[in-house]
Design a protein around this ligand. Structure first.
Ligand code: ATP
Ligand code: FE
Length: 325
């Protein structure tokens, strides 16, 4: 079955073509709009929607071309319907519905976070149960994944998401948007001393990032160098994530661990987990770099599997801005 996967939940217009039966991704095109949002230091929903509308057809044609297929080859449309920026989501959902109606093929709505969770398994077969650390622009979760659609929330952020904290810290430091990649790069090139930042307190396996943000602001006000502040923030934030994850692994006695979302591209997080893998004898699943931030591939992958279990969605399906897993 040839599956089209569409994601327009935030500021990336992405479409992938996936051969479900052979479990092979044939193309995954991502058109990023970050330069249009940079001057605002974050994503502006109306600009995102307009850019999606301008780009989606170009991205679609490119995805077909790279995959070497025709429109008539598509047999299922999978599209992110929730959560995300409503005006942005609507562009992808409307486009997906249009293709499904025109080609008379089934439509499947996908939960964006569910898609992220399975991104480490693209081209592979998921091994249940596994513990997933979801670290993205809007979410910071620890989830026990017992099967497709079977999730137990173990912990979550009580305020900002870690990606959001990266973006806000970068904005305060004048490093532009998105902040994650810039701060990560600074960290990699930094060889000075780190400033001790307090690890935020949150009960059990929950997280909090707002205190860390305030601590960073104080350092900036005191005149510490940008590189030292950025590198110290990354060290603290990632140690905090891995510390909580380690605690959850121990308490839940799991051996299979995965990470997902934009922040799973982070070099220190990936390195730390590889060390933890050896120490704790874990089965570690990291997404390929191209599947860390938003992409149509993960939507196609999950949409196909959900379609096999649940069947199609109606064409009256709509986008929803907020929803839990
Ligand atoms: P959500 O998936 O929760 O709806 P989103 O789709 O906006 O949110 P993603 O695209 O998954 O989020 O991730 C984007 C986030 O990842 C941004 O906050 C960005 O700064 C962060 N990010 C990207 N690369 C890195 C990196 N190397 N290190 C840390 N953070 C990173
Ligand atoms: Fe995302």
């Amino acid at each position: 079955m040839i599956v089209l996967g569409i994601d327009t939940s935030c500021d990336d217009t992405s479409i992938a073509v996936y051969n479900g039966k052979e479990n092979r991704m044939l193309s995954n095109i991502v058109s990023s709009q970050y330069q249009f949002h940079q001057e605002f230091g974050g994503v502006v929903p109306e600009i995102a929607a307009r850019k999606h509308a301008e780009n989606i057809d170009i991205v679609f044609n490119e995805a077909l071309k790279v995959a070497g297929i025709e429109v008539s080859d598509i047999e299922l449309v999978a599209v992110t319907r929730t959560p995300g920026l409503l005006p942005a989501l609507l562009v992808g959902v409307t486009f997906g519905k249009g293709i499904a109606y025109w080609r008379e093929i089934p439509l499947k709505g996908v939960h964006h976070i569910e898609a992220h969770i399975f991104s480490p398994f693209i081209g592979k077969v998921p091994e249940f149960p596994f513990l997933s650390l979801v670290v993205s622009g809007g979410h910071t979760l620890i989830v026990l994944v017992e099967g497709l659609g079977k999730y137990k929330l173990i912990g979550k952020t009580l305020d900002d998401a870690v990606g959001e904290a990266y973006d806000k810290v970068a904005k305060m430091l004048g490093l532009g948007y998105p902040g994650g990649p810039v701060i990560d790069k600074i960290y990699k090139n930094y060889d000075g001393d780190f400033i001790d930042l307090p690890k935020p307190r949150a009960p059990q396996f929950n997280f909090s990032f707002s205190g860390l943000k305030t601590a960073v602001r104080r350092l900036i006000e005191k005149g510490y160098p940008v590189e030292q502040v950025a590198a110290s923030f990354q060290k603290t934030a990632i140690e905090y994530l891995t510390g909580k994850l380690k605690k959850a692994i121990k308490e839940l006695k799991v051996k299979k661990v995965a990470i997902a979302g934009g922040v799973s591209a982070n070099s220190l997080l990936r390195e730390s987990l590889k060390i933890m893998q050896v120490e704790k004898n874990l089965n570690l699943f990291l997404p390929e770099m191209e599947f860390t931030s938003d992409n149509g591939a993960m939507v196609a992958y999950v949409g196909y599997r959900k379609f096999l279990i649940e069947g199609e969605d109606s064409l009256s399906m709509n986008a929803i801005a907020r929803s839990s897993l």
